[in-house]
Design a protein around this ligand. Structure first.
Ligand code: DC
Length: 231
């Protein structure tokens, strides 16, 4: 039997890494974990429980106290092929994608205690290997020994265009400028935070997918996967 590996895909928001990661996992029969969904679920919990200040910052110490009562898990992909995120057992997949969560998730992801808890949970998911995980710090912090690390980079305008189309497709009303501003703001917070900032791991392969079709991206990733498994 082929050896099982860990695949870490990191990159900026809306770079298409989740789509690639999910498609690879399905193709090779691995588990897929969207680590961003976990930060989004914690953010949704904070919003629902009044842990957001009037100035739209997070009530950090109260959120830290609440961490033990936040349980995140995933329901296997259903008919739509998408794995659903569960917050304390409730399916919150669509709520965690809205703009309110998107605009508050980076400040939540800055909190070291939140990162510590989610990192431990992510490492637990990867104990048996055979996993594809995407995020910001998977190749640097969560799985520094992952056999295959990919860092996806795409320019901000292209990423905002993709996200804008995706939101419109879901019937969410938003302007392109609003989406671009959110993408740029998140890039800045994600790459300048003190704990586990977004950066390419030294041994990660860089992929600029700006002009690639989803099929080309998949072909590229599958090839890297096969080369790594064969090593
Ligand atoms: O991939 P995404 O856009 O759904 O991620 C949402 C936010 O979560 C993003 O702004 C940064 C944060 N995040 C993180 O800090 N570390 C990860 N491993 C994944 C996401």
């Amino acid at each position: 039997m082929d050896k099982k590996i860990i695949v870490a895909l990191d990159g900026y928001s809306s770079s298409g890494k989740s789509t690639m990661a999910r498609a690879l996992a399905r193709k090779v029969g691995y588990v897929y974990v969207d680590s961003g969904a976990m930060y989004r679920a914690v953010t949704l919990y904070a919003i629902r429980n009044g842990l957001v200040n009037p100035d739209a910052t997070i009530k950090t110490s109260e959120l830290i106290k609440a961490l033990p009562s936040i349980h995140i898990s995933f329901a296997p992909a259903g008919a739509d092929g998408v794995q659903h995120t569960l917050l304390n057992g409730e399916d919150v997949e669509s709520q965690i994608r809205d703009m309110k969560v998107s605009s508050l998730v980076s400040p939540v992801a800055v909190i070291p205690e939140v990162r510590e808890r989610l990192t431990a949970l992510q490492q637990e998911f990867g104990k048996e290997k055979g996993i594809v995980m995407d995020g910001r710090d998977i190749g640097t912090t969560v799985f520094p020994h992952a056999e295959l690390k990919v860092f996806v980079c795409t320019n901000a305008e292209e990423r905002a265009r993709r996200r804008y189309k995706e939101l419109l497709g879901k019937g969410i009303e938003v302007s392109y400028d609003e989406v671009l501003a959110n993408v740029l703001e998140r890039d800045h917070i994600d790459s300048t935070r003190e704990v586990s900032p977004l950066r390419k791991a030294d041994d990660a392969i860089e992929l600029d997918n700006g002009t690639m079709t989803p099929e080309e991206q998949m072909e590229w990733l599958l090839k890297r996967f096969q080369e790594t498994v064969a090593k």
